[in-house]
Design a protein around this ligand. Structure first.
Ligand code: ADP
Ligand code: ZN
Length: 521
């Protein structure tokens, strides 16, 4: 089927200058060359592009690449041109004239790869065009966008199943960096793939250190962190456009080379900022998640999340932009419970059709942030990968938590929850446990219940920490639809009646903000 006697490795050397394949790349290429539908799950920076670009070079006809973002297409085509590979993109930003020229090049067989958006691909006129040329392969990049289980669902992607119906004999390769189990199953099925070969590379990026810090005095902590790594490039992911701008401003005031990037900026300004970052003219980018898709900068030394992301897939993709060169890189997540509440409010207000799923994903993210076991094991288990030993390169491994038997505390909290009728939110519950005479306590008559004051030996902050921990392990639940009242969680009965032991971590043993720690030394 291929037009040459040369091997994939010859193409890798000739067009990309690399001497050997990374794990799985060659097997994937051979699967595609053999005409088999193929699904590729590989982390960001793993080297997915050559998996369809080398087959594109080796197969006789055109490879049509579906890509969700125009900026991404441009970058990829630019990179291909630099390597001497004939490629083009085809999208709505072009004039009719430009599009005609590209079509003519395809008909004459002058191009090996054509990048299109899913909307464009699925139009009748484009099908008519495809019918006139010889297509060897369809490549679906960012294939998780097809699944409503994924974190970046795009309705245009769901129609891509039509490709298999119209062109049953043209093989398809689907690639993604972010797929949990449900999404994985969904991709092959929705594309109508026929007995696909599925390649899952390890998602372990051992060179990325993982760290979670309390979301207090974040700017101070960031400054402290950055002072330890002068003149390095990094990304600070922020929740809102406004915070991107204000954080960049604060860092500039402190003398750092910082800029901001978000989707609300004019596109020329966005590309200028991106260029400056790629050229190391600007070292720090404060960005929303709009930044980074398709950016191939190998020496990003750190990624900081100013706010907790909404789910683990997004988080993993974002930290994956650090350390693509394989050298050590640092990732820091600032975690505050307030972020969780903000997301929950936003989600509940928007009320999307998959609300329950999104809330569940948010909860997994929160569990990661709250974890007292190796964080890499948690991440990899999310991607159904088993890391047998703790990693040694996360804050928990470096600084193991001391736990104590918190069963009695858990029982006191649960008992107060039950006796107050599962109606009170966290702060009020703490007041009840601590025997406060606040208005809310007195008005509700909660000073009459048996557990009133049963936890007065602990500070408010201590109770808050323990309640969060109990929520994360499933002893207590927050009823988001009932004004955040605390309810019994799935483990509650076992704790109250089944002799189940609960391990807790003292708030003082939890990680401290960087600044305080440095002062204490
Ligand atoms: P992904 O799309 O999976 O995020 P890319 O395809 O952009 O990753 O590849 C990431 C980087 O790794 C690129 O700079 C690419 O040139 C490089 N790369 C890919 N394959 C190899 C290889 N076999 N040897 C060395 N570098 C490679
Ligand atoms: Zn670890």
């Amino acid at each position: 089927m291929t037009v040459t006697d040369q091997s994939p490795a010859d193409f890798l050397k000739r067009y990309y200058g690399y001497d050997r394949f990374r794990p799985m790349q060659e097997a994937i290429i051979r699967s595609v060359l053999g005409g088999r539908d193929t699904v590729v799950l590989m982390p960001t920076g793993g080297g997915k592009s050559v998996c369809f670009q080398i087959p594109a070079l080796m197969l006789p006809g055109l490879t049509v690449v579906v890509s969700p973002l125009i900026a991404l297409m441009k970058d990829q085509v630019g990179a291909l041109h630099m390597n001497g590979i004939p490629a083009a993109f085809y999208n709505s930003t072009q004039t009719a004239r430009e599009q005609r020229d590209i079509e003519a090049d395809c008909v004459r067989g002058k191009l090996k790869l054509l990048y299109v958006s899913p909307e464009k691909l699925l139009s009748e006129s484009f099908f008519a065009f495809l019918d006139r040329i010889s297509v060897s392969l369809f490549a679906i990049d960012e294939a998780h966008c097809i699944s409503s289980w994924g974190h970046d669902f795009r309705p245009e992607y769901t129609q891509l199943g039509i490709l298999k119906q119209r062109y049953p004999n043209i093989p398809t390769i689907a690639l993604t960096a972010t797929a949990d189990k449900l999404t994985r199953q969904d991709i092959a099925q929705r594309l109508g793939m026929n007995d696909p070969a599925i390649f899952t590379a390890s998602f372990n990026r051992a060179n990325l250190s993982l760290q979670v810090l309390p979301g207090q005095n974040r700017i101070g902590q960031i400054v402290r962190l950055l002072q330890r790594k002068p003149d390095t490039s990094g990304i600070i992911y922020c929740l809102s456009r406004k915070s991107c701008e204000s954080i960049a401003g604060k860092l500039q005031e402190k003398g750092f080379s910082a800029a901001f990037y978000h989707a609300g900026m004019p596109s020329d300004e966005r590309s200028r900022t991106q260029e400056a970052f790629l050229r190391d003219d600007v070292r720090i980018i404060c960005a929303t998640i709009a930044f980074g898709m398709g950016i191939d900068k190998s020496n990003v030394r750190w990624v900081i999340h100013y706010n907790m992301p909404k789910n683990i897939e997004g988080f993993y993709q974002e930290i994956g932009r650090a350390g693509r060169d394989g050298a050590a890189a640092q990732t820091v997540l600032f975690y505050s419970f307030a972020d969780v509440v903000t997301y929950k409010d936003m989600l509940t207000e928007n009320n999307p059709p998959n609300l329950g799923l999104q809330l569940a994903k948010l909860e997994r993210m929160q569990q990661y942030a709250d974890a007292h076991t190796c964080r890499r094991q948690i991440l990899l288990s999310y991607f159904s990968e088993d890391l047998p030993e703790p990693c040694g390169n996360c804050d928990v491994c470096r600084d193991p938590r001391v736990t104590f038997d918190g069963t009695v505390l858990a029982q006191k909290a649960l008992s107060a929850i039950v006796r107050s009728g599962e109606r009170v939110p966290m702060n009020l519950l703490i007041d009840i446990l601590r025997g406060s005479r606040s208005q809310a306590v007195m008005q509700g008559g909660y000073d009459q219940i048996k557990t009133y004051g049963a936890g007065r030996d602990l500070r408010f902050e201590e109770w808050r920490s323990y309640l969060h921990q109990l929520i994360n392990i499933g002893v207590i639940e927050i009823a988001y639809d009932q004004h955040y009242a605390l309810h019994r969680g799935i483990l509650a009965d076992q704790v109250l009646f089944g002799g189940r032991k609960i391990e807790l971590v003292r708030p003082d043993d939890a990680p401290k903000p960087v600044v305080e720690k440095a002062k204490a030394k």
